[in-house]
Write a protein that binds this ligand. Structure first.
Ligand code: HEM
Length: 480
Protein backbone atom coordinates (compact mmCIF):
# COMPACT_ATOMS: atom_id res chain seq x y z
CA UNK A 1 0.00 0.00 0.00
CA UNK A 2 2.85 2.37 0.80
CA UNK A 3 4.16 1.95 -2.72
CA UNK A 4 1.05 3.46 -4.25
CA UNK A 5 1.82 6.90 -2.91
CA UNK A 6 4.30 9.31 -4.58
CA UNK A 7 7.91 9.00 -3.56
CA UNK A 8 9.17 11.98 -1.53
CA UNK A 9 11.30 14.74 -3.02
CA UNK A 10 15.04 14.55 -2.26
CA UNK A 11 16.90 17.49 -0.84
CA UNK A 12 20.43 16.55 -1.84
CA UNK A 13 19.89 14.79 -5.14
CA UNK A 14 22.94 15.25 -7.27
CA UNK A 15 24.00 12.98 -10.12
CA UNK A 16 27.66 13.79 -9.41
CA UNK A 17 27.29 12.59 -5.81
CA UNK A 18 29.14 15.18 -3.71
CA UNK A 19 31.27 13.90 -0.81
CA UNK A 20 29.08 12.93 2.14
CA UNK A 21 29.38 15.00 5.26
CA UNK A 22 28.76 14.40 8.93
CA UNK A 23 29.43 15.91 12.35
CA UNK A 24 33.06 16.27 13.49
CA UNK A 25 34.32 13.13 15.23
CA UNK A 26 37.50 11.91 16.93
CA UNK A 27 40.34 11.07 14.51
CA UNK A 28 41.33 7.92 16.40
CA UNK A 29 38.05 6.72 17.84
CA UNK A 30 35.72 8.05 15.16
CA UNK A 31 32.02 8.40 16.03
CA UNK A 32 32.11 5.96 18.97
CA UNK A 33 32.69 8.47 21.82
CA UNK A 34 29.74 10.57 20.59
CA UNK A 35 27.53 7.53 20.18
CA UNK A 36 28.46 6.31 23.64
CA UNK A 37 27.86 9.72 25.27
CA UNK A 38 24.31 10.11 23.95
CA UNK A 39 23.36 7.62 21.25
CA UNK A 40 19.81 8.80 20.67
CA UNK A 41 20.63 12.52 20.82
CA UNK A 42 23.60 12.08 18.50
CA UNK A 43 21.44 10.31 15.91
CA UNK A 44 18.94 13.17 15.95
CA UNK A 45 21.81 15.64 15.65
CA UNK A 46 22.92 13.81 12.47
CA UNK A 47 19.65 14.80 10.75
CA UNK A 48 21.16 18.22 10.06
CA UNK A 49 23.88 16.75 7.81
CA UNK A 50 21.78 15.56 4.89
CA UNK A 51 20.01 12.47 3.61
CA UNK A 52 23.04 10.24 4.13
CA UNK A 53 25.45 11.06 6.95
CA UNK A 54 28.94 9.64 7.00
CA UNK A 55 30.35 8.73 10.43
CA UNK A 56 34.01 7.70 10.24
CA UNK A 57 34.88 4.86 12.64
CA UNK A 58 38.40 6.24 13.25
CA UNK A 59 41.95 5.03 12.83
CA UNK A 60 41.71 2.30 15.50
CA UNK A 61 38.92 0.51 13.63
CA UNK A 62 40.68 1.08 10.30
CA UNK A 63 43.69 -0.75 11.73
CA UNK A 64 41.62 -3.53 13.30
CA UNK A 65 39.58 -4.11 10.14
CA UNK A 66 42.49 -3.36 7.81
CA UNK A 67 40.21 -0.99 5.95
CA UNK A 68 41.23 2.50 4.74
CA UNK A 69 38.14 4.56 5.45
CA UNK A 70 35.79 2.46 7.61
CA UNK A 71 32.61 4.43 8.22
CA UNK A 72 28.97 4.09 9.17
CA UNK A 73 26.35 5.69 6.98
CA UNK A 74 23.19 6.92 8.69
CA UNK A 75 20.21 6.97 6.32
CA UNK A 76 17.85 9.86 6.99
CA UNK A 77 15.71 9.57 3.89
CA UNK A 78 12.85 7.03 3.68
CA UNK A 79 13.42 6.46 -0.05
CA UNK A 80 17.00 5.37 0.69
CA UNK A 81 15.70 3.14 3.48
CA UNK A 82 13.31 1.47 1.06
CA UNK A 83 16.15 1.00 -1.44
CA UNK A 84 18.47 -0.72 1.05
CA UNK A 85 15.87 -2.85 2.84
CA UNK A 86 13.70 -3.72 -0.11
CA UNK A 87 14.44 -2.66 -3.71
CA UNK A 88 18.11 -3.60 -3.73
CA UNK A 89 18.16 -5.74 -0.58
CA UNK A 90 20.30 -8.45 -2.20
CA UNK A 91 23.24 -6.02 -2.15
CA UNK A 92 23.03 -5.72 1.64
CA UNK A 93 23.73 -8.33 4.27
CA UNK A 94 23.48 -8.05 8.02
CA UNK A 95 26.78 -7.03 9.64
CA UNK A 96 28.59 -9.36 12.03
CA UNK A 97 27.13 -9.03 15.53
CA UNK A 98 29.05 -8.71 18.83
CA UNK A 99 30.02 -12.04 20.50
CA UNK A 100 27.21 -11.99 23.04
CA UNK A 101 24.47 -11.63 20.41
CA UNK A 102 25.94 -14.38 18.34
CA UNK A 103 26.07 -16.64 21.43
CA UNK A 104 22.39 -15.94 22.19
CA UNK A 105 20.83 -16.18 18.74
CA UNK A 106 23.18 -18.63 16.99
CA UNK A 107 21.89 -19.52 13.53
CA UNK A 108 18.28 -18.53 14.24
CA UNK A 109 16.23 -16.72 11.58
CA UNK A 110 17.30 -13.30 12.87
CA UNK A 111 20.90 -13.69 11.76
CA UNK A 112 21.10 -16.11 8.83
CA UNK A 113 21.33 -15.08 5.17
CA UNK A 114 20.51 -16.36 1.69
CA UNK A 115 18.73 -19.67 1.07
CA UNK A 116 18.91 -20.74 4.72
CA UNK A 117 17.12 -17.55 5.75
CA UNK A 118 14.47 -17.94 3.00
CA UNK A 119 13.84 -21.52 4.10
CA UNK A 120 13.44 -20.43 7.75
CA UNK A 121 11.00 -17.65 6.83
CA UNK A 122 8.94 -20.00 4.66
CA UNK A 123 8.62 -22.29 7.66
CA UNK A 124 7.47 -19.60 10.10
CA UNK A 125 5.28 -17.35 7.93
CA UNK A 126 2.08 -19.48 8.05
CA UNK A 127 2.40 -19.91 11.84
CA UNK A 128 2.65 -16.15 12.38
CA UNK A 129 0.01 -15.27 9.81
CA UNK A 130 -2.86 -13.07 11.10
CA UNK A 131 -5.50 -15.83 10.97
CA UNK A 132 -3.41 -18.32 12.90
CA UNK A 133 -2.36 -15.88 15.61
CA UNK A 134 -5.90 -14.80 16.48
CA UNK A 135 -6.28 -18.28 17.97
CA UNK A 136 -4.09 -16.96 20.82
CA UNK A 137 -6.58 -14.25 21.80
CA UNK A 138 -7.97 -16.20 24.72
CA UNK A 139 -4.54 -17.06 26.06
CA UNK A 140 -3.45 -13.40 25.97
CA UNK A 141 -6.56 -11.96 27.63
CA UNK A 142 -6.65 -14.66 30.32
CA UNK A 143 -2.98 -14.15 31.21
CA UNK A 144 -3.59 -10.41 31.41
CA UNK A 145 -6.72 -10.90 33.49
CA UNK A 146 -4.74 -13.11 35.89
CA UNK A 147 -2.01 -10.47 36.16
CA UNK A 148 -4.34 -7.59 36.99
CA UNK A 149 -6.19 -9.88 39.39
CA UNK A 150 -3.13 -9.50 41.65
CA UNK A 151 -3.15 -5.72 41.52
CA UNK A 152 -4.54 -4.04 44.65
CA UNK A 153 -6.35 -0.77 44.08
CA UNK A 154 -4.10 2.22 44.86
CA UNK A 155 -0.82 0.26 45.10
CA UNK A 156 2.35 0.75 43.12
CA UNK A 157 3.68 -1.67 40.50
CA UNK A 158 6.82 -1.61 38.35
CA UNK A 159 4.98 -1.65 35.07
CA UNK A 160 8.05 -2.57 32.96
CA UNK A 161 8.54 -5.64 35.12
CA UNK A 162 4.84 -6.58 34.98
CA UNK A 163 4.73 -6.26 31.19
CA UNK A 164 7.93 -8.29 30.75
CA UNK A 165 6.57 -11.20 32.83
CA UNK A 166 3.23 -11.04 31.05
CA UNK A 167 4.68 -11.11 27.52
CA UNK A 168 7.17 -13.77 28.58
CA UNK A 169 4.36 -16.00 29.85
CA UNK A 170 2.54 -15.55 26.54
CA UNK A 171 5.52 -16.27 24.28
CA UNK A 172 6.54 -19.27 26.39
CA UNK A 173 3.13 -20.84 25.76
CA UNK A 174 3.39 -20.04 22.07
CA UNK A 175 6.79 -21.72 21.84
CA UNK A 176 6.45 -24.64 24.26
CA UNK A 177 2.70 -25.15 24.67
CA UNK A 178 2.92 -24.90 28.48
CA UNK A 179 3.22 -22.28 31.20
CA UNK A 180 6.64 -20.88 32.18
CA UNK A 181 5.55 -20.95 35.84
CA UNK A 182 8.43 -20.92 38.27
CA UNK A 183 10.94 -21.04 35.39
CA UNK A 184 10.19 -17.41 34.51
CA UNK A 185 13.04 -16.13 36.71
CA UNK A 186 15.55 -18.52 35.12
CA UNK A 187 14.59 -16.90 31.81
CA UNK A 188 14.43 -13.22 32.81
CA UNK A 189 17.77 -13.21 34.68
CA UNK A 190 20.08 -14.05 31.75
CA UNK A 191 18.09 -11.68 29.55
CA UNK A 192 18.71 -8.81 31.97
CA UNK A 193 22.44 -9.62 32.18
CA UNK A 194 22.55 -10.12 28.38
CA UNK A 195 21.01 -6.66 27.88
CA UNK A 196 23.74 -5.06 30.04
CA UNK A 197 26.43 -6.95 28.18
CA UNK A 198 25.06 -6.04 24.76
CA UNK A 199 24.85 -2.40 25.84
CA UNK A 200 28.48 -2.54 26.97
CA UNK A 201 29.51 -4.05 23.63
CA UNK A 202 27.63 -1.32 21.72
CA UNK A 203 29.25 1.37 23.84
CA UNK A 204 32.82 0.14 24.02
CA UNK A 205 35.03 -0.76 21.10
CA UNK A 206 37.20 -2.91 23.35
CA UNK A 207 34.20 -4.82 24.74
CA UNK A 208 32.77 -5.42 21.26
CA UNK A 209 35.98 -7.17 20.21
CA UNK A 210 36.37 -9.19 23.45
CA UNK A 211 35.29 -12.83 23.08
CA UNK A 212 32.97 -14.28 25.71
CA UNK A 213 35.56 -16.76 26.99
CA UNK A 214 37.59 -13.88 28.50
CA UNK A 215 36.54 -14.22 32.19
CA UNK A 216 35.30 -10.70 33.03
CA UNK A 217 32.75 -10.50 35.87
CA UNK A 218 29.90 -9.73 33.47
CA UNK A 219 30.93 -12.51 31.07
CA UNK A 220 30.95 -15.04 33.89
CA UNK A 221 27.58 -13.90 35.22
CA UNK A 222 26.08 -14.03 31.76
CA UNK A 223 27.48 -17.48 30.94
CA UNK A 224 26.31 -18.94 34.26
CA UNK A 225 22.73 -17.64 33.91
CA UNK A 226 22.54 -18.25 30.20
CA UNK A 227 23.62 -21.88 30.50
CA UNK A 228 20.76 -22.49 32.96
CA UNK A 229 18.26 -21.09 30.48
CA UNK A 230 19.77 -23.06 27.61
CA UNK A 231 19.56 -26.27 29.64
CA UNK A 232 15.85 -25.62 30.16
CA UNK A 233 15.29 -25.23 26.44
CA UNK A 234 17.23 -28.42 25.69
CA UNK A 235 15.18 -30.29 28.31
CA UNK A 236 11.98 -29.10 26.66
CA UNK A 237 13.17 -30.27 23.22
CA UNK A 238 14.14 -33.64 24.65
CA UNK A 239 10.82 -34.12 26.47
CA UNK A 240 8.86 -33.21 23.37
CA UNK A 241 10.75 -35.72 21.25
CA UNK A 242 9.40 -38.32 23.68
CA UNK A 243 5.82 -36.95 23.74
CA UNK A 244 3.01 -39.09 22.40
CA UNK A 245 0.52 -36.42 21.39
CA UNK A 246 0.76 -33.39 19.08
CA UNK A 247 0.86 -29.72 20.09
CA UNK A 248 0.11 -26.55 18.13
CA UNK A 249 3.23 -24.60 19.03
CA UNK A 250 6.52 -23.45 17.54
CA UNK A 251 8.46 -26.39 18.99
CA UNK A 252 6.17 -28.84 17.18
CA UNK A 253 6.61 -26.86 13.97
CA UNK A 254 10.40 -27.08 14.32
CA UNK A 255 10.40 -30.81 15.05
CA UNK A 256 8.39 -31.44 11.88
CA UNK A 257 10.52 -29.07 9.75
CA UNK A 258 13.10 -30.09 7.15
CA UNK A 259 16.21 -28.10 6.20
CA UNK A 260 17.22 -27.08 2.65
CA UNK A 261 18.48 -30.64 2.07
CA UNK A 262 15.35 -32.33 3.42
CA UNK A 263 16.85 -33.37 6.78
CA UNK A 264 15.10 -32.87 10.15
CA UNK A 265 16.56 -30.10 12.32
CA UNK A 266 19.05 -31.00 15.05
CA UNK A 267 18.68 -29.88 18.68
CA UNK A 268 21.10 -26.97 18.22
CA UNK A 269 19.18 -25.60 15.24
CA UNK A 270 15.91 -25.92 17.13
CA UNK A 271 17.45 -24.25 20.17
CA UNK A 272 18.65 -21.29 18.04
CA UNK A 273 15.16 -20.68 16.64
CA UNK A 274 13.47 -21.00 20.02
CA UNK A 275 15.97 -18.64 21.63
CA UNK A 276 15.44 -16.14 18.80
CA UNK A 277 11.66 -16.12 19.18
CA UNK A 278 11.86 -16.06 22.95
CA UNK A 279 13.96 -12.91 22.92
CA UNK A 280 12.62 -11.17 19.80
CA UNK A 281 9.09 -12.00 20.88
CA UNK A 282 8.73 -10.63 24.38
CA UNK A 283 11.18 -7.84 25.26
CA UNK A 284 10.02 -5.80 22.28
CA UNK A 285 6.30 -6.06 23.05
CA UNK A 286 6.89 -5.51 26.78
CA UNK A 287 8.78 -2.29 26.05
CA UNK A 288 6.13 -1.11 23.59
CA UNK A 289 3.47 -1.59 26.27
CA UNK A 290 5.56 0.05 29.01
CA UNK A 291 6.08 3.16 26.86
CA UNK A 292 2.38 3.22 26.03
CA UNK A 293 1.42 3.21 29.73
CA UNK A 294 4.02 5.89 30.34
CA UNK A 295 2.56 8.11 27.61
CA UNK A 296 -1.04 7.48 28.62
CA UNK A 297 -0.27 8.45 32.21
CA UNK A 298 0.65 11.92 30.97
CA UNK A 299 -2.13 12.69 28.53
CA UNK A 300 -5.47 12.81 30.24
CA UNK A 301 -7.55 13.62 27.13
CA UNK A 302 -6.08 10.62 25.27
CA UNK A 303 -6.75 8.39 28.26
CA UNK A 304 -10.34 9.56 28.49
CA UNK A 305 -11.02 8.90 24.82
CA UNK A 306 -9.48 5.46 25.17
CA UNK A 307 -11.67 4.66 28.19
CA UNK A 308 -14.74 5.82 26.28
CA UNK A 309 -13.94 3.62 23.28
CA UNK A 310 -13.31 0.62 25.51
CA UNK A 311 -16.55 1.22 27.41
CA UNK A 312 -18.52 1.32 24.20
CA UNK A 313 -16.93 -1.69 22.52
CA UNK A 314 -15.70 -4.00 25.27
CA UNK A 315 -17.56 -2.99 28.42
CA UNK A 316 -16.86 -5.28 31.36
CA UNK A 317 -16.06 -8.46 29.46
CA UNK A 318 -12.68 -9.50 28.04
CA UNK A 319 -11.83 -8.22 24.55
CA UNK A 320 -12.04 -10.63 21.61
CA UNK A 321 -10.16 -10.75 18.31
CA UNK A 322 -13.17 -9.30 16.48
CA UNK A 323 -13.26 -6.34 18.90
CA UNK A 324 -9.84 -5.27 17.68
CA UNK A 325 -11.15 -3.92 14.36
CA UNK A 326 -13.69 -1.87 16.34
CA UNK A 327 -11.02 -0.20 18.49
CA UNK A 328 -9.48 2.31 16.04
CA UNK A 329 -8.43 4.79 18.72
CA UNK A 330 -6.64 2.09 20.76
CA UNK A 331 -4.75 1.18 17.59
CA UNK A 332 -3.87 4.85 16.93
CA UNK A 333 -2.37 5.08 20.43
CA UNK A 334 -0.36 1.89 19.88
CA UNK A 335 0.97 3.16 16.52
CA UNK A 336 1.91 6.56 17.91
CA UNK A 337 3.64 4.97 20.88
CA UNK A 338 5.69 2.77 18.50
CA UNK A 339 6.60 5.92 16.57
CA UNK A 340 7.92 7.78 19.62
CA UNK A 341 9.52 4.78 21.32
CA UNK A 342 10.20 2.09 18.72
CA UNK A 343 11.47 -0.94 20.71
CA UNK A 344 13.73 -1.86 17.78
CA UNK A 345 15.30 1.62 17.86
CA UNK A 346 18.03 0.58 15.36
CA UNK A 347 17.88 -2.16 12.78
CA UNK A 348 20.85 -4.48 12.61
CA UNK A 349 23.55 -2.74 10.60
CA UNK A 350 23.62 -3.78 6.97
CA UNK A 351 26.85 -4.03 4.97
CA UNK A 352 26.96 -3.25 1.25
CA UNK A 353 28.40 -5.81 -1.13
CA UNK A 354 28.98 -3.72 -4.28
CA UNK A 355 29.09 0.06 -4.67
CA UNK A 356 25.53 1.39 -4.89
CA UNK A 357 23.89 4.70 -5.77
CA UNK A 358 20.94 5.49 -3.51
CA UNK A 359 17.81 7.35 -4.65
CA UNK A 360 19.10 10.46 -2.79
CA UNK A 361 22.10 10.48 -5.13
CA UNK A 362 24.63 9.38 -2.50
CA UNK A 363 27.01 6.62 -3.56
CA UNK A 364 27.86 3.98 -0.96
CA UNK A 365 31.20 2.18 -1.34
CA UNK A 366 31.50 -1.62 -0.97
CA UNK A 367 31.69 -2.74 2.68
CA UNK A 368 29.85 0.33 3.93
CA UNK A 369 28.08 -0.20 7.28
CA UNK A 370 24.53 1.13 6.96
CA UNK A 371 22.79 2.45 10.05
CA UNK A 372 19.00 2.61 9.82
CA UNK A 373 17.23 3.76 12.95
CA UNK A 374 13.43 3.81 13.33
CA UNK A 375 13.99 6.14 16.32
CA UNK A 376 15.75 8.63 14.08
CA UNK A 377 13.32 8.39 11.15
CA UNK A 378 10.27 8.63 13.38
CA UNK A 379 11.57 11.76 15.10
CA UNK A 380 12.58 13.63 11.97
CA UNK A 381 10.47 16.81 11.53
CA UNK A 382 10.63 16.38 7.75
CA UNK A 383 8.44 13.27 8.04
CA UNK A 384 6.56 13.96 11.28
CA UNK A 385 6.01 17.66 12.10
CA UNK A 386 6.60 18.52 15.75
CA UNK A 387 8.04 15.02 16.10
CA UNK A 388 8.41 14.87 19.89
CA UNK A 389 4.71 15.54 20.52
CA UNK A 390 2.53 12.53 21.43
CA UNK A 391 -0.46 12.75 19.11
CA UNK A 392 -2.40 9.57 18.21
CA UNK A 393 -4.30 11.61 15.57
CA UNK A 394 -1.25 11.18 13.33
CA UNK A 395 -2.47 7.63 12.79
CA UNK A 396 -6.10 8.31 11.89
CA UNK A 397 -6.93 6.72 8.51
CA UNK A 398 -6.96 10.16 6.90
CA UNK A 399 -3.66 11.34 8.43
CA UNK A 400 -1.90 8.07 7.50
CA UNK A 401 -2.54 8.79 3.83
CA UNK A 402 -0.25 11.83 4.12
CA UNK A 403 2.69 9.92 5.65
CA UNK A 404 5.85 9.71 3.60
CA UNK A 405 6.25 6.06 2.54
CA UNK A 406 8.85 4.19 4.62
CA UNK A 407 9.17 7.00 7.19
CA UNK A 408 7.44 4.76 9.78
CA UNK A 409 9.11 1.37 10.15
CA UNK A 410 8.76 0.05 13.73
CA UNK A 411 8.73 -3.52 12.32
CA UNK A 412 11.37 -2.95 9.62
CA UNK A 413 10.52 -3.68 6.00
CA UNK A 414 11.50 -5.83 3.03
CA UNK A 415 12.64 -9.44 3.19
CA UNK A 416 13.53 -9.19 6.87
CA UNK A 417 10.38 -7.50 8.10
CA UNK A 418 9.38 -8.67 11.58
CA UNK A 419 7.89 -12.16 11.51
CA UNK A 420 5.93 -11.53 14.69
CA UNK A 421 4.30 -8.24 13.65
CA UNK A 422 0.70 -9.54 13.55
CA UNK A 423 1.19 -11.37 16.80
CA UNK A 424 2.79 -8.35 18.51
CA UNK A 425 -0.04 -6.09 17.39
CA UNK A 426 -2.74 -8.50 18.52
CA UNK A 427 -1.01 -9.02 21.85
CA UNK A 428 -0.33 -5.32 22.41
CA UNK A 429 -3.89 -4.25 21.64
CA UNK A 430 -5.51 -7.02 23.69
CA UNK A 431 -3.33 -6.27 26.71
CA UNK A 432 -4.00 -2.54 26.40
CA UNK A 433 -7.74 -3.11 26.14
CA UNK A 434 -7.89 -5.64 28.98
CA UNK A 435 -5.89 -3.50 31.40
CA UNK A 436 -7.20 -0.05 30.44
CA UNK A 437 -10.82 -1.10 30.77
CA UNK A 438 -10.14 -2.07 34.40
CA UNK A 439 -7.32 0.16 35.64
CA UNK A 440 -5.92 3.63 35.26
CA UNK A 441 -2.15 3.81 35.63
CA UNK A 442 -0.57 6.93 37.14
CA UNK A 443 3.19 7.52 37.09
CA UNK A 444 4.66 7.86 40.58
CA UNK A 445 5.86 11.45 40.86
CA UNK A 446 9.55 12.34 40.95
CA UNK A 447 10.77 9.74 38.44
CA UNK A 448 12.75 10.77 35.38
CA UNK A 449 12.04 8.04 32.87
CA UNK A 450 14.26 8.21 29.80
CA UNK A 451 14.78 5.83 26.87
CA UNK A 452 17.90 3.67 27.11
CA UNK A 453 19.03 2.19 23.78
CA UNK A 454 20.20 -1.36 24.57
CA UNK A 455 19.19 -4.45 22.54
CA UNK A 456 15.72 -2.84 22.68
CA UNK A 457 14.65 0.68 23.63
CA UNK A 458 13.94 0.17 27.30
CA UNK A 459 13.32 2.66 30.13
CA UNK A 460 16.46 3.70 32.05
CA UNK A 461 14.86 2.78 35.42
CA UNK A 462 11.96 0.74 36.81
CA UNK A 463 8.76 2.58 35.83
CA UNK A 464 6.70 2.75 39.01
CA UNK A 465 3.01 3.34 38.53
CA UNK A 466 0.01 3.54 40.83
CA UNK A 467 -2.84 1.34 39.66
CA UNK A 468 -6.36 2.63 40.22
CA UNK A 469 -9.32 0.40 39.60
CA UNK A 470 -11.98 1.75 37.26
CA UNK A 471 -15.44 1.08 38.55
CA UNK A 472 -16.73 -1.79 36.41
CA UNK A 473 -18.75 -4.73 37.62
CA UNK A 474 -16.52 -7.76 38.19
CA UNK A 475 -16.18 -9.56 34.83
CA UNK A 476 -15.91 -13.27 34.31
CA UNK A 477 -13.42 -14.48 31.66
CA UNK A 478 -15.91 -17.00 30.31
CA UNK A 479 -18.21 -14.14 29.27
CA UNK A 480 -15.71 -13.27 26.51
C1 HEM B 1 6.29 -4.46 19.32
C2 HEM B 1 6.90 -5.59 19.12
C3 HEM B 1 7.96 -5.84 18.06
C4 HEM B 1 8.73 -4.96 17.36
C5 HEM B 1 8.74 -3.44 17.46
C6 HEM B 1 9.57 -5.75 16.47
C7 HEM B 1 10.47 -5.20 15.57
C8 HEM B 1 11.22 -5.94 14.67
C9 HEM B 1 12.08 -5.38 13.67
C10 HEM B 1 12.32 -3.90 13.43
C11 HEM B 1 12.65 -6.41 12.99
C12 HEM B 1 13.61 -6.30 11.80
C13 HEM B 1 15.04 -6.19 12.24
C14 HEM B 1 15.98 -5.83 11.10
O1 HEM B 1 15.57 -5.69 9.95
O2 HEM B 1 17.18 -5.67 11.39
C15 HEM B 1 12.16 -7.63 13.57
C16 HEM B 1 12.53 -8.90 13.17
C17 HEM B 1 12.04 -10.04 13.74
N1 HEM B 1 11.07 -10.13 14.71
FE1 HEM B 1 10.10 -8.61 15.61
N2 HEM B 1 9.30 -7.06 16.67
C18 HEM B 1 8.31 -7.18 17.61
C19 HEM B 1 7.73 -8.34 18.08
C20 HEM B 1 8.04 -9.60 17.65
C21 HEM B 1 7.39 -10.81 18.10
C22 HEM B 1 6.20 -10.87 19.07
C23 HEM B 1 8.03 -11.85 17.48
C24 HEM B 1 7.76 -13.33 17.58
C25 HEM B 1 6.75 -13.89 18.14
C26 HEM B 1 9.08 -11.29 16.65
C27 HEM B 1 9.96 -12.01 15.89
C28 HEM B 1 10.86 -11.46 14.99
C29 HEM B 1 11.75 -12.26 14.17
C30 HEM B 1 11.86 -13.79 14.18
C31 HEM B 1 12.49 -11.38 13.37
C32 HEM B 1 13.56 -11.73 12.35
C33 HEM B 1 12.98 -11.68 10.93
C34 HEM B 1 14.03 -11.94 9.86
O3 HEM B 1 15.19 -11.54 10.00
O4 HEM B 1 13.65 -12.54 8.84
N3 HEM B 1 9.05 -9.93 16.78
N4 HEM B 1 11.28 -7.32 14.59
Amino acid sequence: MLDERPEPRMTDQNPLSPPLSGPPVSRWLGCFPELRRDTLGFLLHCQAYGDVVKLPMGLVVNLLLRQRDAAMYVLNHPADVKHVLMTNQDNYKKALVPPVESRIFGQGVLHTEGETHHCQRRLFLPFFHGNHVTAYTDLITRKTYDLVGHWQDGTTVAIDHEMAYLTLSVIWRLLFGRDAGSEADTIRKPIAVGQSLIKLQYDSLLASFTPLWVPTTLHRRFTRNFCAMEAMIHRSIHQRRMATHQYDDVLELLLAARDTEGRPLGDEEIRDELMTFLLAGHETTANALTWTWFLLSQFRSVRERLTQELNEVVGDRLPTATDIARLPYTKMIWDESLRLYPPAWALHNRVSHAEDRLPSGAVLPPNAAIFISPWNLHRNPRWFPDPNRFDPERFSEEAKRTHTPYSYIPFGTGGRRCLGESFAELEGLLILATVASRFQLRLVEGQTVLPDPAMTLRPNCPVRMIVQRIDVSEPHPAVA
